[in-house]
Design a protein around this ligand. Structure first.
Ligand code: ARG
Length: 265
């Protein structure tokens, strides 16, 4: 009997060791809500590209010598999905917030972003105050949605917030006159504006100037934010490796090269 118990123990230990090594050398699954151009989106031929995709490639493959794959997931449920084990990390132009930091750990910041207001060029909205009584479109579960909720409080509730599962839904609402504005990350709004001549940023000074940001964008900013890669709590080994990798690619010029590829100044 004791022999059998011993064998059972040995098998269990071996199985555990195999799992451990498969985890070290296996593919890193990256949860992301696609499309969010220019961070993660598909080309006409279906190829997944974007700043996050290139950073993932430089970090996981380039520095950590690991395979990785992107897994499409709804942004609104991306944190529970990570914590349920559906993927190992989140790379989704995700802003580091105190609320989210209770549920996940973030890497060091890798990108600065601002909440901004996109409007139709022919609209009569010239200031934030003009949005009172109007409808704004946002992506569900985002800091853009949170910024819209703050604005609604300033207006004593006199603002309608339409939350879309994905950002293209919010952009369509603006184009169809179902919303007076889209509140969303600056570089994603900028990319959309570059491709759609009928939209523009609401101008003005805001959070970027208040926080003394150099290179503040030439339009109204509601918040200053930093993106981070998210990990499950207690995934410290991987988090530390990723932080080291991020610092290496900043030092060796890879980060700047990728930055300039997507964000010409
Ligand atoms: N930065 C914003 C946030 O963290 C929006 C991110 C949306 N990302 C995406 N891939 N759809 O809430």
């Amino acid at each position: 009997r004791s022999f059998l118990r011993g064998t059972g123990g040995a098998i269990a230990a071996l199985t555990f060791a195999e799992n451990a090594s498969a985890q070290n050398n296996g593919t890193i699954r990256i949860g992301s809500d696609i499309p969010y151009r220019p961070f993660e989106y598909r080309t006409k031929t279906g190829e997944l590209v974007g700043f996050d995709v290139d950073i993932a490639n430089a970090v996981f493959e380039g520095q950590l010598d690991r395979n990785y794959e992107f897994v499409q997931t709804s942004f609104d449920t991306i944190i529970p999905s990570l914590n349920n084990g559906n993927f190992r990390v989140i790379m989704s132009a995700m802003t580091i917030t105190p609320e989210r930091s209770k549920q996940v750990d973030f890497s060091d910041p890798y990108f600065t972003a601002y909440q901004t207001v996109l409007i139709l060029k022919n609209s009569d909205i010239t200031s934030l105050q003009d949005l009172k009584g109007e409808t704004v479109a946002v992506q569900k579960g985002t800091t853009g949605e949170a910024a819209a909720q703050d604005l609604k409080k300033q207006f004593n509730g006199d603002l309608t917030i339409d939350s879309y599962d994905q950002i293209p839904g919010a952009f369509s609402a603006l184009g169809n006159n179902q919303a007076a504005a889209v509140i969303n990350d600056n570089t994603v709004n900028a990319e959309f504006a570059q491709q759609n001549d009928n939209v523009t940023f609401l101008k003005g000074e805001g959070a970027a100037q208040e926080q003394g940001k150099e290179n503040a964008p030439p339009y109204l900013t509601l918040t200053v934010e930093e993106y981070g890669i998210a990990f499950r709590k207690n995934d410290d080994q991987l988090k530390n490796q990723v932080n080291d990798a991020l610092s290496t690619i900043r030092d060796n010029g890879t980060y700047d090269e990728l930055y300039n590829k997507y964000f010409q100044t």
